[in-house]
Design a protein around this ligand. Sequence first.
Ligand code: NAP
Length: 285
Amino acid sequence: MAIVISGKELAKNKKMKMKEEVEAYSSLYGRFPHLAVVLVGEDPGSMSYVSGKEKACSEIGILNTTIRKESTISENELLEIIHTLNSDDRVDGILVQLPLPGHIHTESIIQAIRKDKDVDGFHKENVASLYLKQPGIISCTPKGIIELLDSIEYPIEGKRACVLGRSNIVGMPVSKLLLDRNATVTICHSKTKNLASITKEADILVAAIGKPKFVTADMVKDGAVVIDVGVNRDIDTNKLCGDVDFEQVKTKAEYITKVPGGVGPMTICCLMENTIECFLKHVKE
Ligand code: NAP
């Protein structure tokens, strides 16, 4: 039976350490880190993600400003908000909660955020830094996944990793991070043929496709580490569930993450880490 890697526990411990560090910042640097979050509209999922970020900030002692705007806001008005936050020396991190309403060009908004305040790591210069192995801000979910593997001291080097999904937010960056740790990585997508024949070979299986309970026991190698990124609603129970059929796969895997309580808390934890990194860069400049 698999050991559950608890992102919730790991995030809790990391946040406690961050809190201790942040407490000293006021006397060391004269202020605390500050994260600005922009929330457009009233999408329930986005509102819940934003309140999770507010809660984490207050637990650690990071200042948080959430700017709430109606979904009718124009792209120019939103850009104006970003420009103001970019030039505000007391703001270290800027995050625009996605998705944005259809009339707003998401890419233009992301690229407008100053790259040294882009705590989500979505700005093209931060994405490029990841691929060029240069210093930059690494996006939170991929970073959190690697931290989960490191928390069990899993020897990534030389292992076969299979990543299901090739999005710019999860699949591609986590594949690059695994490659940088010397895993041999196969990236699968919706056009991949004989998917199970590939997943069954993987020592590390990362599922990031957004399909409830898609990964079944017959797709998993005995003793694999299975990281479930998906956030879905179970069709039968309407409860949150991942891309992995947890009850089935836990009998095959050696380690597994659960939804909720796995990757999600680590994403928020890494957002806090990124905010602190940006703050330290700003105060030391
Ligand atoms: P996305 O942009 O929709 O990408 C989904 C990927 O899955 C695509 O690359 C797609 O392939 C692939 N895919 C779809 N059906 C497939 C299938 N049957 N077999 C193999 N691959 C398939 O999604 P995302 O933003 O990466 O997010 C993925 C999931 O992770 C979602 O459930 C999302 O809510 C969750 N998520 C969680 C966190 C967290 O913090 N826990 C953070 C981000 C995302 P194609 O490229 O061929 O279309």
